[in-house]
Each structure stands twice: as C-alpha cells, then as structure tokens.
Design a protein around this ligand. Structure first.
Ligand code: FAD
Length: 827
C-alpha cells in the first residue's frame, strides 16, 4: 500500500486527493491543511464581502468530514507541514490546535501550498485596518470590520482582478471606494485600450481611481488612517484592502532544497515532478514554461490548478500522465455591469518578448442589434502577421464576453489562426449572436490586414503620424463630427468620399476613422481604389480613441477625473424633483445604437415635445451616461433620473424652456444659485477681496466657483517643487512668480515687501482672517477652486505644484459654472 501525502487542501490539493482515490482505492492518502477549512471557494470571497453571497456556509464546497466520508482521505485541518526531509521521505507536521509535532512518511509527496498575498514593507503596513485577502479567515476579518458602524470609506490598493472585485463589492455596500494602482492601468492582463473601457465604467460607478501612483506610506493621525501616495496625495480612509499580487508560498520547498525559479516558485517538469523524484507540485506555487515564450511563468488561477491536480494524480498512480502543456492564462472578471476577459498574450507581453505581432479590435453588439438588449462588446486579437497564428485575445463588454473569450482561448491553445476565426461557425439566432459574430468580424479584419486589403493604425501611433503631417479624415456624419472628433480632423462622410476626392490630398499619409472602424474601412477601400497609397484605418475608431484619451487625461489630472455622480436637479418650487406621470411619458429605445445614435434619436424626439413633457430614453452605449448629463446641461433640459442596470442606461428628461434643443441654451438652464469669480490678479489685497466675497457668497448658500487664471494661478501654488522638471521658460516663471498665497505682494504701498507684512499685522490687530485661513474656510464651505489649464501650460506650473483639492479646467468648465451663476466677478 502506497502512502501519498498532500500539503494544501484547496484547489490543487483537494483535487489531487480526490483523483488519487478514484485511481487507487488501496492507497493511504493524507491531506494536511494549515487553515480551518478545505476546498473553500476562495474565488467567491469578494462576493461574500459584498453580500452577493449571503450565506457564509455557501463558501465551503465540501467539509473535511464529508471529504473523508466520500473519498476515504485522512483530512488534517489546522495542521501545518513545517519541513520536508526528502532523503528520508518524511515531513514534520505541527498540529496547530495542540502544538504537538510529529512526522509522517510518504511514498509520494504532493505540494499545493498556493500563493500568499504580497505585503511590502511600506511604513505603517501593520495597521490593524489594513487587510489582505486569501482565505475565509481573511474575509471574516474584513466583514467584521465592515460591520463596524463608522466604516464607510475604503481604499483598495492594486487593480488586479481581486482588487477590482473587492472595489465593486465594497461599493455595493454603499461605501466610498478609492482604488490605487501603481501602473497606468487596471487589469494588466488586458491592453491599455481595453482597460480604458473598464476604467471609465468604474469611474461612472463612482469608484475614485488613482493610477500610476503607488502607496508611499500608511499613517494614523488622531485616530484617522491616512494613505499617502507617491504623488503626495493623501487619502483618509477607514480601511485598506491590499491586493497587489501574490507570491508562491514555498518556504518549506526552499528549506528542503527543491529547485525554485526566479520568484520562488517550484520548478516542475511535464509530469509535475520537482527536482526530487518523490515530490510533485501543482497550483499557484509552481512555475512552468509558457507555451508562447517557453520561459517559466507562474499563473495563479483556479482552472490550471484543478487541471494539474487531475494530471498529477494520474502521473503518480500510473507512472505517467499526458504531458502538461502549460497554461495560456485565460481569465475573466466582473466589474459591476461589465465583464473583462483575456486569453493568451497581451500586446505588452508580446512587445516585451520582441515577438512580432499585429492586432485588430472591433466594437460590436453582443447579438443582433435589432433584437432587444443587444449590448456593447469590444473584442481584440493579437496575432502573427505572417502566419496568422493567434497569440491572444481580449474582450470587454456587457454580455457575451465569456463565450467569446472561451472560443478565443480554444483557438489560442490549439494554435489556431485568424482564418479559423473568420471561418468559425457560431450558433446563431438574433437573441444570441449575429450572422457574422464579433469573432468572425475580428477574423475578417485580421484577414484584410494580412492579405493587404487594409492597413490599420492604433491610437498610440497617431502622434507619430501627426508629425508626418497626416490628414485625419473623419468619415462619420456631420452630426457625429459636431459632437466631438480628433483634433484637426476634417469631416467628409464616407458616403461622400467618391464625389469629394478633390478635397483629399494624395501626397501625405491619411488616417481615416469612424465611430468604430467599419465605415473607416469602407472609406479606406474607396480611397485605395482611387490611387491613394498611404492610408490607415484607425482601429476601434473614435470610440477607442476617446476612451483612451479620456483615461490618459484622467491619469494626468486625477482630481478632474472624479466625476460627480448624477444627482437629480430640483423641479418643483419646494426643491423636490418633479416626477413624471407614467401616462405622460414618451419612450425612446436607443438600445443597440452606437454613439451618437442615442443622443441624436433623443434630440429628434425632444424637438417634437413641449416644455414640461417627459422623455424616457433607454440606451446601451456606455458613453450615453456622460453624454446625456452634458447634453441636458447644455441644452437647458432637466435630467430627472439616470440609472444603469445590467448594461442598459435609463435616463428620464423633462423638456426645458430652451427653444432650440441641441444648441447651447442662451438662458441659464437651472436656478442661478451660483457665484463665479475669476481670480486674474495675484495682488494680495485683490485676492483677499476675492476670498472675502467667495466665503460670503458660500455662506448665503450659493455654489461658488473660483477660477484662477494667469497671475491669479500662482495663489494656488505650493512649495512642493523639488521633483518637478521644467523647461527654460518654466524655470524663469518659477523664479519670478510668487510661490503661493503666503508670498503675494500688495497692489499699492508694497514698499519692497514691507507693505504685506504691515497689512498682515494690521489684519491681525483688527481680527480679520489671514489669506490662508480664508482659503481654508472657503474649502470647508465647499467653494470649488479651478486652476486654468492654459495658464498652467504657459507658466509651466504642473498639477503637482498645486494645492490639494484643486480642479483643473478650461474655458468650458468656467462657462458651465458661469451659466449657473447669478453673480460673475472678475478680480
Ligand atoms: P490555494 O487554493 O491557495 O491552496 C493552498 C492551501 O495550502 C492554503 O489553504 C494554505 O493554507 C495551504 N498551505 C500552504 N502551506 C501549507 C503548509 N505548509 N502546511 C499546510 N497547509 C499549507 N482564480 C480564478 O481562476 N478565478 C477567480 O475568480 C479567482 N478568484 C480568486 C479570488 C480570491 C479572493 C483569491 C484569493 C484567489 C482567487 N483565484 C481565482 C485564484 C485561485 O483561488 C487559485 O489560483 C487557486 O486556489 C490555487 O490553488 P492552490 O491549490 O495552488 O492554492
């Protein structure tokens, strides 16, 4: 009779034990698990925190007793294997309940100890309100904290899938959630253009994102937990979830002298044998060559661990198993209404390994657009430009992501090509797919590229093309063009290209683009067949470009990116929102339409309505969420409610007094309860006057915006300039301008700097607040401070040099504030 000893009782360990028993009824199988539970659903833990899984017992797939009963395995929970004695083939084990130590001999030892969350030595990391998540006891501790009454704010550090799942679930508990990620994007398993969609969705759901900004320290100050980021931003919070990755939990393997890889993972061969012939290993703790690069990789996912468990048991009992082929790391995550998934290699990984690749991306509907509830889906593939072999794929959308990624994963695993995708025969009926599935579409586009019918370009290549004086040709309709386009683009709708060829030069590169890529391709083909040779179609069209540039901007100006969530504006005189009567409400179903379809359809219906009528709009284009908020503000219509459920956005609007719907209303749209002050001067006395007025206006209940431009911008400077790199002019301005509000001179009787000192003394005598305390009062009263972007650029003042809490904005920001203000001052 053989004795098999297993270390670790979850995915890899329990799976191995069960399969061993199915193959060998005689063997003695002993499973040691350090924790209290075996076979628990660690993938379900975040959903327990968010009350999606309400019963704690549902987290346990099987109890130790039941496992013993079914599989005749000796399950020893609360037992830790402390050391491996490979020459003598035994392990030393401590019973964590009694503290007794004993030895256990084995014929074969299987290690499945998993991976532990990384906890770097950041100052303050041992604060009791900083949690990691790996096990049931971890989630118990988190839930206990969440149930304390004062806990309303959380910072999640790390934008991998566990971090995102935790952010969502904490938000579901109505918490204020901030996510901090050191990289410039969340979900590093997808490329930037796909992650941008995820990030926009998270922001729309009210998650504050700080990207490209790591945690520098944690501190307690007067009982408050503060997270300080590398940028200097300080976030106050009640708790922190740390999920910045995992590291193989392999101390016992290391101490036993087993061969380990670079990050401490156990090296195994295709039979999962370690450097010792009697010891096998599976799961998160191992490394194995990637099927693409042949370099060892660790892939901490449940699917591979379970499949490895099945194989290793065969290898042990039968002496050999089907050789393990490695994992392509197919993964998926739910982020509120959105799903994001990936398989194989990303563009970033391919570039890092210097593997030549091409990529195509398309935005499509999850099923036929004319059938209800067709939702947005973006699919991207990466492939060998010569052979067409698919290296990887990514999908982000509101429905149908899982089946697309699974099909892509199957092709990637089997070394399928783009031709296979073009040929792929999906099950089609309108509720499920389209006659040409999004996967067929990416296959077709890739074929066009490989066969020379199309040349695509990506958002990140546009600056280089602009340098080459490329013409950016927007082939969408004029209405779409009016709602926004690439800078300096020229608009010729694709249907007019043939008749307007004379307007299109053929001595410079041309970048054609439409909303998503299809009309761009049509235009590209027309131009190519009329002798134009240097044409490129922008992949993913304006939609991808817009998502990416919004996100790039948000990373640079995180304070601006945190959009205020929609709050209904008052409709009745008593301030309560006027609710529509259900029989008087019109409906526009714009589901399945891409931007600007929903806005245009909505506008058309609004045009035919009278003031005070209500309109309900349903749309599935995610951009509609933001568009409808701006559109209603600009046109003087009232947005009564705005909700998103399962990818469908529902907006209710009341038609306002503005006569020309679709044009910026000349009359103020809402009650003019604001006050806006342009602070142009940096004279101390003038700035004081501005703050006196701002605080006074705020005290009377007005919404006050102070817009600091030109010299006034220097009021918002801080002395944190050390790490800011400036050009020559920037350095000149830096030398000449005041370093902040404490450094201002008087407009009159300045007396070479003595004047301000006298003034401050006089103010103190007369019990008048100093400028700095007026500034603090203004902040506390909710006065909005906006720094003028253009002035910042001219004077070389970067965001890092501004006081915390200052927004950055341009004329549009000021105009929006001014249009809601009954008082406008220029100081
Ligand atoms: P584990 O499941 O971690 O099990 C290892 C066990 O070994 C642990 O219970 C540990 O206590 C025990 N152990 C370690 N050392 C010893 C010792 N010396 N003596 C005794 N016992 C020991 N993957 C997905 O594919 N999809 C998901 O959605 C997903 N969600 C996740 C969510 C969370 C919160 C977490 C933590 C993980 C998630 N994963 C997910 C990853 C997945 O759970 C792991 O890849 C998988 O569990 C790995 O299995 P394993 O057996 O290698 O390690």
């Amino acid at each position: 009779m053989k004795t098999y000893v297993i270390v670790g009782g979850v995915a890899g360990g329990a799976g191995t034990a069960a399969r061993l028993r199915r193959l060998d009824e005689e063997a003695r199988i002993i499973l040691f698990e350090r924790g209290e539970h075996i076979s628990y659903a660690n993938c379900g833990l975040p959903y327990y925190a968010g009350n999606k899984i309400t019963e704690r017992s549902r987290l346990f797939v099987v109890t130790a007793e039941r496992f013993t009963e079914v599989f005749n395995v000796e399950v020893k929970t609360r037992h830790e294997v402390q050391s491996i004695h490979k020459e003598e083939q035994y392990v030393s084990v401590v019973d964590l309940q009694t503290n007794e130590t004993f030895t256990q001999y084995y014929d074969t030892l299987v290690l499945s100890p998993g991976a532990a969350p990384v906890r770097p030595r950041i100052p303050g990391i041992d604060d009791p309100a900083i949690f990691s998540l790996r096990s049931v006891s971890d989630i118990d501790a988190i839930v206990q904290k969440l149930e304390e009454s004062r806990v309303t704010r959380a910072v999640v550090v790390g934008g991998g899938f566990i971090g995102l799942e935790m952010a969502e679930n904490l938000k579901e508990r109505q918490m204020r959630v901030t996510l901090v990620e050191a990289l410039d994007q969340v979900m590093n398993v997808i490329d930037y253009d796909m992650a941008a969609i995820v990030q926009q969705h998270m922001r729309d759901k009210g998650i504050e994102l700080f990207l490209k900004d790591g945690v520098k320290s944690f501190e307690r100050e007067k009982g408050e937990l503060k997270v300080t980021l590398a940028s200097g931003t300080v976030i106050e919070t009640d708790m922190v979830i740390l999920s910045i990755g995992v590291r193989p939990d392999t101390k016992i393997a290391h101490d036993a002298g087993l061969a380990l890889g670079r990050n401490g993972a156990i090296s195994v061969d295709a039979q999962f044998t370690t450097s010792d012939p009697h010891i096998k290993a599976v799961g998160d703790a191992i490394e194995y060559p990637s099927p693409f690069t042949k370099e060892p990789v660790t892939v901490p996912l449940a699917g591979p661990a379970n499949k490895q468990a099945r194989l290793v048991a065969e290898s042990i009992v039968q002496g050999t198993c089907r050789p393990y082929s490695g994992t392509i790391a197919t993964s998926i995550a739910k982020i509120f209404d959105l799903t994001a998934a990936s398989t194989g290699m990303t563009g970033k990984q391919l570039a890092m390994h210097e593997i030549p690749y091409a990529e195509v991306l398309t935005h499509a509907g999850s099923h036929a657009g004319y059938y209800p509830n067709s939702l947005q889906l973006a699919v991207k593939i990466l492939f060998d430009p010569t052979s067409g072999r698919i290296y990887g794929g990514q999908a982000v959308g509101y429905a149908g992501v899982d089946k697309r990624i699974d099909v892509l994963g199957a092709y990637v695993k089997k070394e399928g090509t783009i031709r296979d995708l073009a040929d792929f025969e999906q099950a089609y009926a309108p509720p499920y797919s389209s006659a040409k599935d999004p996967l067929n579409m990416v296959g077709f586009i890739a074929e066009n590229v490989v066969d020379g019918y199309s040349r695509v370009t990506t958002w990140d290549q546009l600056p280089a093309l602009r340098e080459q004086k490329a013409l950016f040709l927007d082939v969408r309709t004029p209405e779409e063009f009016d709602l926004g386009s690439l800078p300096h683009a020229v608009n010729i709708p694709h249907t007019e290209i043939r008749s307007r060829l004379a307007e299109i030069p053929n001595d410079r590169p041309i970048v054609v683009f439409c909303a998503m890529g299809v009309r761009g391709y049509l235009a590209e083909r027309i131009l190519a067949q009329h002798g134009y040779t240097d044409i490129r179609n922008l992949m993913g069209g304006y939609k991808t470009w817009q998502a990416v540039t919004n996100e790039l901007d948000a990373v640079e100006h995180p304070k601006n990116a945190h959009i205020a969530l929609f709050t209904p504006s008052p409709g009745e005189e008593d301030g309560s929102p006027r609710a529509p009567q259900s029989d008087s409400i019109k409906l526009v179903d714009a589901c399945g339409l891409q931007c600007p379809g929903p806005i245009l359809t909505m506008k058309k219906t609004m045009d035919s309505m009278s003031q005070g009528d209500f309109l309900r709009v349903l749309a599935t284009d995610p951009g509609f969420n933001r568009d409808v908020q701006s559109w209603s503000k600009l046109t003087g219509n009232r947005l009564v409610s705005l909700e998103t459920k399962d990818g469908t956005i529902e907006a209710v609007l009341e038609k306002g007094p503005g006569s020309a719907v679709g044009k910026v209303s000349s009359s103020a749209p809402a009650a003019q309860n604001g006050a806006s002050i342009i602070v142009f001067s940096n004279d101390m006395d003038r700035v004081l006057a501005a703050f006196v007025l701002a605080n006074g206006a705020a005290a009377t209940g007005r919404n006050v915006t102070m817009f600091f431009t030109f010299w006034g911008l220097t009021v918002l400077r801080t002395k944190r300039t050390g790490r800011v790199k400036k050009d020559f002019m920037g350095r000149m301005f830096n030398m000449m301008l005041p370093k902040g509000m404490d450094d201002l001179a008087l407009s009159q009787i300045n007396f070479g700097g003595i004047g301000p000192k006298l003034m401050k003394k006089r103010m103190k005598q007369k019990h008048v607040d100093q400028l700095r305390s007026m500034y603090t009062q203004a902040r506390m009263a909710g006065v909005r401070m906006v720094a003028c972007q253009m002035s910042m650029d001219i004077m070389g003042i970067p965001e890092a040099e501004l006081l915390d809490g200052v927004e950055i904005g341009g004329v549009a920001t000021y105009m929006e504030a001014a249009s809601e203000s009954g008082v406008n001052l220029f100081i």
